[in-house]
Design a protein around this ligand. Structure first.
Ligand code: FES
Length: 239
């Protein structure tokens, strides 16, 4: 009569040199599946992890940029911002050229954050849909690519852009030719209850604010949309 215990071992593989290293086909397949799963997980997980770590590894530092002497920009009467081209990184002029729209408010405050008295508002010309260059006009800004329209504060009023135009932090420095206008940092912005709020710079198409209150917005946008493009210090508060 056949030994049932011996029958249950009929498909077992036993390494000849040591009885303790026996591995059944089932165990082998299980181990293979686990190994394959780990490999698939690595293939999927490593790029995802790299993406999440991207803001740590891909941020650049905004270098202060000279836009021109102040008198270049103070002739504006009605809303008619002056275009100022600049090179953000002198070592890479071909890839770091930009254009800022400098709006002279008619006031004389030199604190860029003082919304009541600041002399200038300096807008980025990068559309917040896909990044095309916007043009300034009497009523605000318009994007030629897909019809994005912004008002005189850079707030999106039509078309596909998802947030207002970025703004530049600026300051006036004494130079050889007199007062000079420099941009010293870039910020993304959003208007909450009519109040201008600043955020670390995101890419076009990425929200800086999601519904749900300030505590949510202290971390959710950075998790959902982690591509922050500049290192920065404390985020300014407008007053
Ligand atoms: Fe400006 Fe699409 S890039 S509307």
């Amino acid at each position: 009569m056949a030994d049932p215990a011996a029958g249950s071992q009929a498909h077992a593989y036993t390494a000849p040199q040591t009885p303790t290293s026996a591995t059944t086909r089932g165990q082998f397949l299980t181990l293979s599946s686990v190994g394959l799963g780990a490999m698939i997980g690595a293939v999927i997980g490593v790029p995802a992890t790299a993406y999440l770590l991207a803001p740590v590894t891909q941020e650049t530092t905004f270098q202060p940029v000279y836009l021109g002497v102040v008198s270049t920009f103070t002739g504006e009467k009605a809303f008619d911002p002056t275009a100022a081209t600049y090179i953000e990184d002198p070592k890479s002029p071909a890839t770091s050229a930009g254009l800022a729209w400098v709006h002279y408010t008619g006031k004389n405050g030199t604190d860029w954050l003082d919304s009541q008295n600041a002399m200038f508002v300096v807008f980025s010309n990068r559309c917040m849909h896909l990044g095309c260059p916007v043009a300034a006009g009497p009523t605000g800004f318009a994007c030629p690519c897909h019809g994005g329209v912004y008002d005189q504060q850079g707030i999106r009023i039509g078309g596909p852009p998802i947030r207002p135009l970025d703004r530049f932090q600026w300051e006036i420095k004494k130079g050889a030719q007199g007062d000079e206008l420099w941009i010293t940092q870039r910020w993304s912005v959003y208007f909450l209850n009519g109040k201008l709020t600043y955020y670390p710079v995101k890419m076009p198409g990425q929200p800086v604010h999601v519904p749900g209150g300030e505590w949510v917005n202290s971390w959710v946008p950075d998790v959902l949309y982690p591509n922050v493009t500049y290192t920065h210090g404390p985020v300014p508060k407008a007053f």
